[in-house]
Design a protein around this ligand. Structure first.
Ligand SMILES: C[S@@+](CC[C@H](N)C(=O)[O-])C[C@H]1O[C@@H](n2cnc3c(N)ncnc32)[C@H](O)[C@@H]1O
Length: 249
């Protein structure tokens, strides 16, 4: 399976069942893939995994290669457009890697996740969210993921640099039942650009800028790293009361 992954990154192309070639796009990169792989590989308690958003199958390949050979392992994939937009290539890659312990649900996550929850509350060990990246959709995916995940399990979320996704992640990070476990980040704006920007705006306190600057711009200026993929660990049952809230939101 490692060979397939290497080949995909090297050629930056994918081939469908009819031999037609397409550019590799939308996929997680090596560091992000290795993060998913490492966490699953190192925790032998991870057997039941779930992924929202398969595309050309890079994340599926990393997750399944970490699970391979583990008795009882099973991977569930939700992707409504696998056989249309993505030409069935993600599933083809898993088949080529001789993975037979997965199931693809060809439906939008807003329909598939509530159905899964009906029979799988707190049964998943690892969930990766990389579907539709709007705020409301990510929130919905994470809401169901939280209910599907057992204590001790991991919730991984991609594209945290999108402000829509970041807002959801910031909210979930404030739940008492989650702790930040690991992440992949990049350095963001060049340090000298940040220094100049910070010097120019220094007469006004940072908390005022937080209110008036566009969210993205604020983070570009004040943050030293941009998180791209984050993994939260569920460390307790989610026992928030009906009146739990976070004043920051
Ligand atoms: C960024 S791509 C996923 C990339 C993939 N994880 C990888 O590493 O190669 C986003 C995926 O979300 C899927 N998607 C779009 N809308 C969705 C929805 N409503 N429910 C679930 N998946 C959705 C798309 O079909 C696409 O495969």
């Amino acid at each position: 399976m490692k060979q397939i992954i290497e080949q995909l990154y090297k050629t930056k192309t994918v081939v469908d069942r009819n031999g037609k070639t397409y550019e590799l796009k939308a996929a997680i990169d090596r560091r992000e893939g290795e993060l998913l792989f490492d966490i699953i590989h190192q925790d032998f308690g991870i057997l039941k995994t779930l992924e929202v958003g398969c595309a050309y199958g890079l994340s599926s390949l990393y997750i399944c290669s970490a699970l391979q050979g583990r008795s009882g392992a099973f991977h569930t994939i939700i992707d409504p457009f696998q056989n249309t937009t993505w030409h069935g290539i993600g599933i083809k890659h898993l088949e080529e890697a001789e993975i037979d312990f997965f199931h693809h649900i060809e439906a939008k996550s807003e329909f598939a996740l509530p159905q899964l929850l009906a029979e799988n509350e707190r049964k998943f060990d690892f969930i990766f969210i990389d579907g539709l990246h709007t705020f409301d959709h990510t929130l919905l995916d994470c809401f169901y993921a939280n209910r599907l995940l057992r204590v001790g399990g991991y919730l991984a979320i991609d594209d945290v640099s999108f402000s829509s996704v970041r807002r959801v992640v910031d909210f979930f990070k404030s739940y008492p039942c989650y702790e930040e476990y690991r992440s992949v980040s990049s350095t963001g704006s060049k340090p000298f650009k940040k220094l100049i920007a910070r010097a120019l705006i220094s007469p006004i306190p940072q908390k005022i800028w937080a209110k008036i600057l566009r969210w993205n711009l604020y983070h570009k200026i004040f943050e030293d790293k941009i998180i791209r993929t984050i993994v939260l660990k569920k460390i307790a049952e989610d026992n928030r009361r009906w009146d739990w809230h976070n004043d920051a939101f």
